[in-house]
Design a protein around this ligand. Structure first.
Ligand code: RFL
Ligand code: PHB
Length: 392
């Protein structure tokens, strides 16, 4: 087989890249290890920055999002016994964000791929990139029992944190930066009407978050310890714990019901540098992970794909390698700013095991400063709303 860009991974990063390239007349093949049903069963992100929303719209992926997604001016923070604080993205940054599930985006991407009869090979096994540092890279894999070789001009590694792409870059070249947090998030999806807005909560019993997917689908999270097991959390126990963490008026407004999905995700910050090795380019979770507190992971996958697709377009249209050469540094600037913000917000809103009284007071003081300072509020709002993409 032959293509211009071989894309490893059919998550949001890989499928969006393939779609944007197609619209620019650039051919790609997407190799996805799992089945479509499996990919669609993963419940993940729900918050889209305005830049991500616009990128989806510009590429013909906005119709259902604009119909079913819910625009928000900001998100609230509450903490034990204190007033509600509002991260006002609209007031301070002139931007709104959208709640629209990653599952829906993934469905929209598969539907668009089907309409254009895209080459998307699911359940591709033993995918392996080769000869990335030559001008004739290729990818090998097994599909439907056959060994296949895919020749290409470039390889896009969009295969998430556990993928093969990053691991194929020699350790002498790759630098990895990592921070693992001493807790996880237990997430529950339920067919109940959500609260009107996103509400982040810092409570002595731990962090909580109320989010949403649509008018009859709610997403809630609570901080749990790393050795906690999903099986130990019946629906009743989850709802009771969630309500204990919110102020009474919010707890009373939460509508409970049977869960339709329940999972625990550990929290981690991770960055791999550089995001390019020869003709292999990393994008999305393959190169970086953020704790979900800042709602940045999917948005970073989208900004990487924006920069990478722009670089490939310039290469195929004008023969220019300028944007290809600046891809890693440009993508990493935005990555690090979201990594820093997500780490900071995680520190602000969680109760860390063994936290000293000093650290506790410092955290409370920071929350109070945020509530009392226009400058601090503008800084947080600007970062939560998402920084702009850099010009070419
Ligand atoms: P994905 O989604 O992991 O997709 C990678 C794909 O590659 C496939 N794959 C392979 N394919 C071929 N060969 C191999 N060897 C392969 N190895 C893996 C996988 O099967 C998969 O289909 O990465 P991508 O595309 O970079 O997308 C990243 C996002 O999924 C991720 O950053 C977000 O979900 C993070 N995230 C959030 N991001 C936000 O922007 N806003 C949020 O509100 C938000 N909330 C969240 C989140 C992530 C969470 N979890 C569970 C990690 C909430 C949670 C709980
Ligand atoms: C979600 O809706 O899943 C969500 C929202 C905000 C976050 C993380 C996850 O910060």
């Amino acid at each position: 087989m032959k293509t211009q860009v071989a894309i490893i991974g059919g998550g949001p990063a890989g499928m969006l890249l393939s779609e944007i390239l197609h619209r620019a007349g650039i051919d790609s093949v997407v190799l996805e290890a799992k089945s479509r049903d499996y990919v669609l069963s993963r419940i993940r992100a729900g918050v889209l920055e305005q830049g991500t929303v616009e990128l989806l719209r510009e590429n013909g992926l906005g119709e259902r999002m604009d119909r079913d997604g819910h625009p928000h001016d900001g998100a609230a923070i509450v903490w034990a016994g204190r007033d509600r604080y509002f991260i006002d993205a609209w007031k301070y940054a002139g931007k709104r964000f959208m709640t629209y599930g990653q599952t829906n985006i993934q469905e929209d991407l598969f539907a668009a791929a089907d309409r254009r009869q895209a080459k998307l090979l699911c359940e591709a096994q033993d995918v392996q990139p080769h000869d990335m540092t030559t001008d004739k890279p290729y990818v090998t894999f097994r599909h439907n029992g056959e060994d296949v070789r895919l020749d290409c001009d470039f390889i896009a590694g969009c295969d998430g944190f556990h993928g093969v792409s990053r691991k194929s870059i020699p350790t002498s070249i790759l630098r990895e930066f990592e921070k693992v947090y001493p807790f996880g998030w237990l997430g529950v999806l339920s067919e109940t009407p959500p609260l009107n807005e996103l509400v982040y909560c810092n409570h002595p019993r731990g962090f909580a978050l109320a989010s949403q997917r649509n008018p009859m689908l709610s997403r809630y999270y609570i901080q749990v310890s790393l050795d906690d097991k999903v099986e130990a959390w019946s629906d009743d126990r989850f709802w009771a714990e969630l309500k204990l963490r919110y102020p009474k008026e919010i707890a009373d407004a939460i509508v409970t019901g049977p869960s339709i999905e329940k999972s625990i995700a550990p929290l981690r910050s991770f960055v791999a540098e550089p995001m390019r090795h020869g003709r292999l380019f990393l994008a999305g979770d393959a190169a970086h992970i953020v704790p979900p507190t800042g709602a940045k992971g999917l948005n970073l996958a989208a900004s990487d794909v924006f920069y990478l697709s722009r670089a490939f377009k310039a290469y195929y249209a004008q023969g220019s390698t300028k944007l290809i050469d600046s891809y890693s540094a440009m993508a990493l600037r935005r990555v690090w700013s979201s990594v820093r913000f997500s780490w900071w917000l995680t520190n602000l809103l969680h109760r860390f095991p063994g936290m000293t009284e000093f650290e506790q007071r410092a955290q409370e003081c920071e929350l109070e400063y945020l509530a009392s300072s226009q400058h601090a509020s503008a800084s947080v709002a600007e970062q939560y709303a998402g920084l702009p993409f850099e010009p070419a």
